[in-house]
Design a protein around this ligand. Structure first.
Ligand code: PLP
Length: 381
């Protein structure tokens, strides 16, 4: 059994909803392959297509526009690499605070000589400058633009509707990593002219290792082999994961108002605790409710006040939190997101990201803030 913990790392991964696990169970146990034409295969195929229809309906998409993947990383890789391939794109305009699933793919594409890439200017909250994007689009109207919906480290929301409108105006394609907001029920592709999105089930109480890409127009397969996913993604489908993901997303869209209220109440509490218990903390990203993810708060403590072991202090107190994205932690490098905001490395090494969800109570946030206060080199209170 894992030790008793206070889990404040929902942006890294939300716990699997027990109801989702129950929905998945028969498909974990079922015999057969969804591509087989016999009864066992047809049973799985029907479940697969039902899950696709469910997700498409929630998003206002057509079922054929949803491609199941192994998660957000694969969806980002697929959209970027195969949009470049399929449409002969030679320029990518990107937000420098994207997840590494996007940034490293772009770096590789540049390295392979397939594209040129230009970063879009950002402000101190990490929000892109729309005027700069427009200047770049005037020079590169046939570009692919990659700007996420909400940043996974600092929570800053991007002006995704304005970005999509600009891309449409100039004839560019727009890829949006929606991994962090998919569980908030905000995404409707029929109301928003985005060309590609990436999503991941474990961010909305579904299982890890499954996600999907939405694409408005067909692109080539990223993983080649069999004819699964209408020839767009080879490999036997993760049927239990896909069924669980569709159920989790349906539940998220049904409960979105209550969820937003729950997250926003906790955010107000976290901000108030920060002000009283850690007045020396500085928030990274947009602190306003309108401009940020309601379930993420990132801040740093000045080096004269705190050592660089804040996450260790939290861990010893049983609090699970992050300083950077889960994928980058352990790399020993300060976060590229905080670096892009202009934060010096010594400040970035003293950054903490708290992120919460259904299982979080105000007491959990209090424990985290009190633990940090006790760890200060010269406590204030
Ligand atoms: N994009 C963003 C914004 C994320 O936060 C993450 C995961 O942290 C990913 C992509 C990668 O998703 P996955 O873990 O499903 O590969």
């Amino acid at each position: 059994m894992p030790p008793k913990i206070v889990y404040l790392d929902y942006a890294a991964s939300a716990p699997l909803d027990p109801e989702v696990l129950e929905v998945m169970r028969p498909y974990l146990e079922a015999v057969g392959n969804p591509s087989s034409t016999h009864a066992a295969g047809r049973f799985l195929r029907a479940a697969l297509e039902e899950a696709r229809q469910t997700i498409a309906d929630l998003l206002g998409a057509a079922p054929g526009e949803i491609v199941f993947t192994s998660g957000g990383t694969e969806a980002d890789n697929h959209a970027l690499r195969k949009a470049v391939d399929t449409f002969g794109i030679s320029t990518i305009l990107f937000n420098p605070t994207e997840h590494h699933a996007v940034l490293h793919t772009i770096e590789d594409l540049v390295h392979e000589g397939k594209i040129e890439a230009y970063p879009i200017a950002i402000d101190t909250y990490g929000r892109i400058n729309l005027n700069h994007l427009e200047e770049l689009l005037k020079k590169h109207p046939k570009a692919l633009v990659s700007v996420m919906y909400a940043n996974n480290e600092i929570g800053t929301l991007q002006p995704v509707r304005e970005i999509a409108a600009l891309c449409q105006q100039y004839g560019a394609l727009y890829h949006c990593d929606t991994v962090q907001v998919m569980g908030l029920g905000w995404v409707r592709v029929d109301e928003w002219p985005v060309d590609f999105i990436a999503a991941s089930a474990h961010k909305f109480y579904g299982p890890k290792g499954v996600g999907f890409m939405y694409r408005r127009r067909p692109i080539r397969s990223f993983i080649t082999g069999g004819a699964q996913e209408r020839g767009q993604r080879a490999g036997t489908e993760n049927i239990a994961g896909i069924v669980g993901m569709a159920f989790a997303l349906q539940k998220a869209y049904k409960q979105k108002d209550a969820y937003l209220k729950h997250l926003s109440t906790l955010k107000a509490e976290a901000l108030s605790l920060l002000q009283t218990l850690l007045p020396e903390a500085r928030i990274n990203g947009d602190p306003s409710p309108e401009g940020s993810h309601p379930g993420i708060l990132n801040f740093y403590l000045p080096p004269e006040k705190a050592d660089d072991l804040l996450l260790v202090h939290l861990d010893l107190a049983g609090v699970c939190a992050s300083g950077t994205s889960a994928c980058a932690s352990g790399s020993g490098h300060p976060s590229h997101v905080l670096e892009a905001l202009g934060l010096p490395a010594e400040a970035a090494m003293r950054a903490v990201r708290l992120s919460w969800g259904w299982g979080t109570e105000k007491e959990h946030l209090k424990l985290a803030m009190e633990t940090l206060r006790e760890s200060l080199l010269s406590p204030t209170a």
